[in-house]
Design a protein around this ligand. Sequence first.
Ligand code: ADP
Ligand code: MG
Length: 706
Amino acid sequence: MNIHEEKTNVNIRDTRLLLWLFSFAKPYWRMILLCLSLAVLIVVADLARPYLIKLAIDDHIKGYEQPMIAVSADRKDELKPLGKPFVVEGNAYVRVQAGGAAEAKLARVSGAFRAQIVEVGDGRYLIDGWIVNPKQEPVLENGGSAVSIRADHATYAAAPLDKEQTNAFRHKDLNGLLQLGLLFLLAVAGGSVLNYIQGNLLQYTGQHIIFNIREKMFTHLSKMSMSFFDRNPVGRIVVRVTQDTEALNQLYSQVVVNLIKDIIVMIGIVVIMLQLSVKLSLLAFVVLPGLALLTFWYRNSVREAQRKARLILSRLNAFLAENLSGIRITQLFIREQRQWEQFDDHNQQYYRAGMRSTTINSIFQPAIGFVGNLAIALLVWYGGVKVLDGAITFGIVYAFTQYIRQFFQPLQSIAEKYNQIQTAMVGAERIYEMLSEKPAIVDAPEPLRLSDHVKGRIRFEHVWFAYNEGEWVLRDVSFTIEPGQTVAFVGATGAGKSSIIQLINRFYDIQKGSITLDGIDIRLLPLDELRRTVSVVQQDVFLFTGDIASNIRLQNDAIGDDQVAEAVRMVHMEPFVGKLPLGLHTPLGERGVTLSLGQRQLLSFARAIVFRPKILILDEATSNIDTETELIVQDALQTISQGRTTLIVAHRLSTIQHADQIIVMHKGKVRETGSHFELLAHRGYYHRLFELQYKDMKRIKPAESM
Ligand SMILES: Nc1ncnc2c1ncn2[C@@H]1O[C@H](COP(=O)(O)OP(=O)(O)O)[C@@H](O)[C@H]1O
Ligand SMILES: [Mg+2]
């Protein structure tokens, strides 16, 4: 499998994953519930607006043309069951909706009579009947003082109204409009404030959840065994911790609650529409299937495009991370051009993938807008006709156009959210997989304690080990290292020396045989105790951001400054550090001194011994050091190997001649063991290595160096 290959699709109905995601949100359920309640209020405020305008239009702006039921002012109270009566010049009136119900209401009040205000030309008249939806414009008849109005073959007595009288009839409307206006303002302002609060609360919740996940990931990662990092490129892990968690953040802070809000909005609109007018609703939703199809098509193509883009982006990220960490090599081997071409290739791919989803978006967004406007056009046409027929009011048509607009918004964002969910789920799955991968190497269920007086006796018994199943790297390796001994491992590259060392502090576990420390199988020891006992100095020294002291102490506060200073003295770094203006507190790297390879190596020695480990391991730690520094290191080594078991892997045989025991490795097996002299006398593999190294240095004959 290509290690850069990423999983790209996840089944959204994956309950295991959902439950897992849910478990992170659980501590914040109160907050989420609060956000949901706020969402409901916001929806109410949003949906109230068109309705308020509808009320303003129908009841007040055009209200005075509605049929009225009238009685003499002294019987005003009898009208109360029909509505709120108002008195104009000796009569009490209530407005009623035209239609059958109006007649019934009229019948309920004995002696009540009809009245209506009618507009003819520029004048307004109060007539003694109801003119509902006249086929022709009403006309004035026999002018003069006794006026009558004719409409649809009926004639009504009419009294002209002057401005003052008209206003008397509209008095209630002005108040009503003011009230509705205030309500409208409240809905707008309230909606905005609630939106602001809800948005912030959601961000707060999302950030908290993600904060927890990120911490969990980091803790988890730092516990993972080496085999995990062999399999997972750093770039990929970085993407997990940054990008994938960000996608998850969106899920918590934007998607879930707002998705529910969108659904409430849509249901709410349908309910209000049906309640206002069934026929118009049906008409409005004629376009719905087309819209659903469009959304479905969009969802699919955008998802595909974005998935591709994400895949390419994580490759790009991994490529970048890998190449920037290897920039030294790239420049050294003048591979910049080639690397650039590869980068350009990834970059081009990402650009194309990004463009594709942009294109799809740019087609979809206007298309949905078009369908929406089509619905509105249909509505205005059909609704207009119905208004003329008097079947529905103008306010209803207006409200419908608004509700349709409001309906399209969640429809569009739902499609978008589907993608966000998809992205988040892919991220979630990857994070889940990473978090659920158990570290291959963990403490035994009931670890034994290492005594406080570790002696440092290491024993390998018939150890077989492979990084990958079947490819044996160590075959039947056995040896014993006595406490306080200095033991050297030699052998060609790939012989398995580093592997042996990585086994001692349990970076990997062996397949067969046993490794014991002071007679206890290391698998039974607590990992932290084991690793505190064994310090390893490797060939490449990794420096963290920070000063010299913090790089030696490695965040271990138990180590005091004097201890650090002592370590620095032991590795003969004191003259160098002493010359620095800030001494041990000189920052390293970018903002401070840059150490030479030799100095880095010395620093790593100091790092190893500051913990006062019982066992010290140097894996080709002296390879980077020039001959002059090596003398210093040799001397330092002498000092620091006192009283502790020391394992040295070295290419330069001069470094290890004084070792108590030399173990010669060859192709994963122990080929020879013995002291320098014994091995030379044996005239075997070691002897040959020695000859090879000293062939060009005739002046130091083997015999002399003995
Ligand atoms: N992390 C690893 N994953 C897989 N194989 C590895 C790993 N590290 C080393 N090897 C292989 O194990 C063998 C022994 O390597 P190593 O112990 O590093 O040798 P030495 O230190 O003697 O040069 C080599 O064939 C090497 O390719
Ligand atoms: Mg090695």
